[in-house]
Design a protein around this ligand. Sequence first.
Ligand code: ADP
Ligand code: MG
Length: 309
Amino acid sequence: MSPIVSIQTLHKSYDDGFEALKGVSLEIEEGEILALLGPNGAGKTTLISTVCGITTATSGTVTVGGHDIIKDFRAARSLIGLVPQEINLEPFEKVINTVRFSRGLYGKPRDDAAIEKVLRSLSLWDKKDARIHALSGGMKRRVLIAKALAHDPRVLFLDEPTAGVDVELRRDMWDVVADLKASGVTIILTTHYIEEAEAIADRVGVIAKGELLLVEKKTKLMKRMGQKQLEVQLAEKIDAVPASLRSDAVTLSEDGCTLIYTYDTKRERTGITKLLSQVADAGLVLRDLSTRQSSLEDIFVTLVREDAA
Ligand SMILES: Nc1ncnc2c1ncn2[C@@H]1O[C@H](COP(=O)(O)OP(=O)(O)O)[C@@H](O)[C@H]1O
Ligand SMILES: [Mg+2]
């Protein structure tokens, strides 16, 4: 299947010479949810603004639905919906008019049934005659999504849809995204919240300093790096890992009170039993044991650190 969005060696330098994208290539399959995860300033907004035709690339190509975003601007743009990072709505406008207007901007004829469907899908139908200023923050975000969906795009870009929103609203937004996916929309969202990528994405791309460091299926990513750590707290501080225990898998915490053993959860033998008997043989007394599963957060931190090195 050919990808719905194809990005090839995209470079973007701003007028001041700052290189915000350093040759990003990425393909997005129809129907998936891709999360672009990266710290502030990584280039996430620049990347999606370029794909959406709001900023122009310095070099590289992008196609959406097979249409080049420069040469075939209209066709490409009609397939795209964008929910920007900032809320920018007319405060005194009614919800339904705001959404209708957005559809008109794409040269699509008025279609009340289509607008109703969008508003209902976002639980905004009973608010259709409310004025924007009277809505809660969460409802305003939904209106932004409704606007972006008003012309029936096949690909929806959400730029930090939950930045600065409370936990409840964030979960609410995740449900909205899941429903949109179920309705067949391809979704690309940016986030600097790791748990957001972990919760809703099918694939995760990690971006830092204008470079895409990796893109992988979330499940595979977490499995590949899915290691666990056993922390063995000792009754007494030691200066070094005893010789009998020495291996790449065993390290000592900085305070000398905890042995940390990293193992692979997928292996038939984890080596835990052997380790614990070695600990006893070395004459060490245990105070406590705990295990920790590495999360996307660890993976992310490791990657960004490696990148900095
Ligand atoms: N118009 C601009 N002119 C110059 N530099 C910019 C401009 N917009 C963004 N940048 C810089 O490009 C980098 C990436 O910004 P952005 O794409 O907004 O990152 P993110 O969305 O990941 O936080 C940042 O260092 C930012 O300061
Ligand atoms: Mg941004």
